[in-house]
Design a protein around this ligand. Structure first.
Ligand SMILES: [Zn+2]
Length: 258
């Protein structure tokens, strides 16, 4: 514990590498929209996030600082308004070069093993998140998601939204709530938005959420999170209540940043 504390103190006291700041500013569109104070807080979270995780390149991928920075910046961005929650149950991040193949019941990896290619048939997986286990990402899709900032696809945001959802022990589309009233409102608004998405897709109405969101409430929350951060105006237009409860939980208003 003391060793960890000393290590974290050392990280906090070391200035954020200027080259990293330039890289983030150049690569991630959202970075320049943050206030100087938010950038500073995020820089500290990113350093802690990188230092406290096992990072493993899989399938021959050699991980670089830039890769770790992008994953960390996107993951920590979700928690900008909730600094107390730090993905404590995510000790390992596995990164494949591209979409990878996973068996029908993927092996949960606790404490930092590696998921290998199990079943080289079927559709490649772009990312996965395990409760008390790793987050697994396809680097190509992670990079596309992070750098094509308004296409509404962001696998890093998606998988880390699952991790937030899992923090109360259930993957049910409801992360830990701050109060019973917030939980009630969340449930109501999410249920209505889920049904509205079903109706919109059946009747061919345009919607910012892709059909995959209807898989279950957990996917609905993860996909909504992608759109909330990448296309906030569009989400607010489509369903202001959904935007409001997400904004309330994340304690962020991405719409106001543009
Ligand atoms: Zn998902």
């Amino acid at each position: 514990m003391l060793v960890r504390w000393l290590r974290l103190r050392k990280i906090r006291r070391t200035p954020f590498p200027p080259a990293w700041r330039v890289f983030l500013d150049r690569t991630l569109d959202f970075w320049s929209k943050l206030t100087a104070d938010e950038q500073e807080r995020l820089e500290e979270e990113i350093r802690l996030f990188i230092a406290e995780r096992n990072w493993e390149g899989c399938g021959g991928l050699e991980l670089t600082d830039e890769m770790r920075l992008i994953v960390a910046a996107e993951a920590c961005r979700l928690l900008l308004g909730r600094p107390g929650e730090r993905y404590r149950s995510t000790s390992t991040i596995l990164v494949y070069p591209n979409g990878y193949f996973s068996g029908p019941s993927p092996t949960p990896v606790l404490g930092g093993g590696t998921v290998r290619v199990i079943d080289p048939v079927g559709t490649p997986v772009l990312g996965q998140a395990y409760e008390r286990g790793p987050v697994i990402l396809s680097w190509q899709h992670a990079l596309d998601g992070a750098t094509r900032h308004e296409d509404g696809h962001n696998v890093i945001l998606h998988e880390f939204a699952h991790k937030l959802d899992m923090a109360n022990g259930a993957t049910d589309g409801m992360p830990p709530m701050d109060s019973a009233a917030q939980a009630r409102e969340w449930h109501l608004v999410m249920t209505e938005a889920f049904e509205k998405l079903g109706r919109s897709l059946r009747t061919g109405q345009p919607t910012p959420l892709r059909p995959y969101a209807l898989t279950n409430p957990a996917e609905f929350f993860a996909v909504s999170t992608e759109i909330f951060f990448e296309r906030p105006e569009r989400l607010d237009d489509w369903d202001p209540d959904l935007y409001r409860v997400l904004s309330g939980w994340y304690r962020q208003d991405p719409k106001a940043r543009r």
